[in-house]
Write a protein that binds this ligand. Structure first.
Ligand code: HBI
Ligand code: FE
Length: 300
């Protein structure tokens, strides 16, 4: 996955970008091979969504369409605008933080125009159109989530003036990119980095190697993350409203305090963490004898 710390040169074509880093998508420039790869990616991810993605994502994906060809961003944008007032803007790739936040604050979601190469089908460091579209756009059809991401953009812009970018970047990372949610049907994913990744969907929900802890704003903002491998820690919300509740407040004091608080390491639990059980237990539980949950495990 990617992050604000990409060290290699960015691979998009920035020469034609406007001052706000938007470009023309140039839909006709995608090759037949690109279209074939899109369908492969789309079909593969779809297969595991039914019992992995939250309902809002599954509904949004149906409304975003684009199962059979690379989306024409303008066309999907019209449907999205009708649903939640958001629109999609085409960008060459990763853009500066302030510009990224400014787009979100204006209800514009930046979608990278290029598609990965066939040899990168499983893994990519930077966002491409498959990640940006398949991962992010479905959730933007949900009114609550859509409002949260706009508010996040405003708070991100403000956080830059407080020199607190890493703190808000981690919030984005652990929610919009890698968030999990407890639902009546069980643990599900809503994060784009999970839902656009072939391997991370099952890992995030099921693996005994990962920590799943109840979402806590401060814990989340203090926790480092990795961009080169599956996450070690996932934060679990209990409803999408919880996201807006966390961010729709004056964050000045919190950001100023956390700026100098020690960072937390994603590999270990911290005091006060509430563990959430994986979707499927690693070992089958015998039906005959009720087994008490391990200490500290939160039951839904
Ligand atoms: N640009 N295209 C693009 N996509 C991102 O996710 C992105 C970005 N620029 C900055 C950025 N993300 C970070 O500021 C956030 O992840 C916090
Ligand atoms: Fe992303």
């Amino acid at each position: 996955m990617y992050g604000a710390h990409t060290s290699s040169a960015l691979r998009g074509d920035y020469r034609r970008a406007r001052a706000d880093f938007t470009v023309e998508q140039g839909w006709h420039r995608y090759s037949a091979a690109d279209q074939v790869l899109w369908r492969r990616l789309y079909e593969r991810q779809c297969r595991q969504l039914a019992d992995s993605a939250c309902e809002a994502y599954i509904d949004g994906l149906a409304r975003a369409g684009s199962a059979t060809r690379i989306p024409d961003l303008k066309a999907v944008s019209d449907a999205l605008t009708a649903a939640t007032g958001w629109r999609l803007v085409a960008v060459p790739g990763f853009i500066p933080d302030a510009q990224f936040f400014a787009h979100l604050a204006a209800r514009q979601f930046p979608v990278t125009v290029w598609l990965r190469k066939p040899e990168e089908i499983d893994y990519l460091v930077e966002p491409d159109i498959f990640h940006d579209f398949f991962g992010h756009v479905p959730m933007l059809f949900d009114p609550h989530f859509a409002d949260f991401v706009q508010r996040y953009g405003e708070q991100g812009l403000h956080a830059i003036t407080l020199d607190a970018l890493p703190l808000v970047a981690r919030l984005y990372w652990y929610t919009v990119e890698f968030g999990l949610i407890e639902t009546p049907k069980g643990l599900r994913a809503y994060g784009a980095g999970i839902l656009s990744s072939a391997g991370e969907t099952a890992y995030a929900l099921d693996s005994a190697q990962a920590l799943r802890i109840r979402f806590d704003l401060q814990r989340c903002m203090r926790t480092r993350y990795r961009i080169d491998a599956f996450q070690k820690t996932y934060f679990v919300i209990q409803s999408l409203d919880q996201l807006m509740a966390a961010i729709d407040q004056d964050l000045d004091l919190l950001l100023t305090q956390l700026r100098s608080a020690p960072e937390l390491d994603p590999e270990h639990l911290a005091p006060g963490d509430r563990i959430v059980a994986p979707r499927r237990s690693a070992m089958p539980i015998p039906m005959s004898k009720p087994v008490p949950p391990p200490a500290g495990v939160a039951t839904p």
